[in-house]
Design a binder for this molecule. Structure first.
Ligand code: SF4
Ligand code: SF4
Length: 207
């Protein structure tokens, strides 16, 4: 059982610093959050995302882990191959494009309880320079909200280096939602699950 103990030196630095300094406790690299979500809540969430944005969830919320964008998946697969790391990605969300009858994958997740790139002994990310956007922005989740890191600062302005990546994440999410809204109003996403029986291609969204 992992205890998520911080590096004492970094913990001290973080305490005395105005900006956030990761203590390398490793908790956020244990990526399968066992979300305490009821079936009804999950159903309501899926239906909100579908009815407002046409977004289809391919996995249960209790199974999904960190968001990996298609371009990141490509890079991580290459690195995993080079390092001999066993990794499995699953599709997380997508939508149906009625114009060319395609199912478009928006993003993926790493199918593992603990990130395969996490060195458990050294408690370090082994792909630090190439870690995904979501890891770069954590514990900022967006430019306004924080993740559940125990060592977080409470003011989002204390995240000097994370903020730039959280901003990129926000921009990406905004662009995707805007695109989907436009597609819905142009009737390219028909919001009728029957259409999914007619999928001819599977593609990825790169935005
Ligand atoms: S961001 Fe927080 S939870 Fe993640 S390793 Fe650093 S201190 Fe731990
Ligand atoms: S990529 Fe690195 S920082 Fe991100 S979850 Fe994996 S080990 Fe942690």
């Amino acid at each position: 059982m992992d205890e998520f103990l911080p590096n004492p030196e970094l913990e001290e630095k973080n305490k005395n610093s105005k900006i956030f300094i990761c203590t390398q406790c490793g908790e956020c690299c244990h990526i399968r959050e066992k979300k305490d979500i009821s079936e009804e809540e999950e159903k309501a969430y899926f239906s909100y995302m579908y009815n407002n944005f046409g977004i289809i969830y391919f996995a249960k919320l209790s199974d999904v882990t960190i968001t990996i964008w298609p371009e990141e998946k490509e890079v991580l697969e290459k690195i995993a191959k080079e390092k001999g790391v066993n990794i499995s990605f699953k599709s997380k969300r997508g939508y149906y494009d009625a114009e060319d009858k395609s199912l478009i994958i928006i993003d993926y997740y790493i199918d593992a309880d603990i990130c395969p790139f996490f060195n458990r002994k050294a408690k370090q990310c082994t792909i630090y320079e190439n870690r995904p956007l979501i890891c770069r922005s954590y514990p900022l989740l967006t430019t306004k909200t924080l993740g559940k890191c125990k060592y977080k600062k409470n003011d989002v302005n204390d995240y000097e280096s994370e903020k730039i990546y959280a901003k990129k994440l926000d921009e990406k999410t905004y662009k995707i939602k805007k695109l989907l809204k436009e597609m819905i109003s142009n009737k390219r996403i028909l919001l009728d699950k029957k259409d999914l029986e007619d999928v001819r291609n599977i593609k990825e969204l790169r935005i």
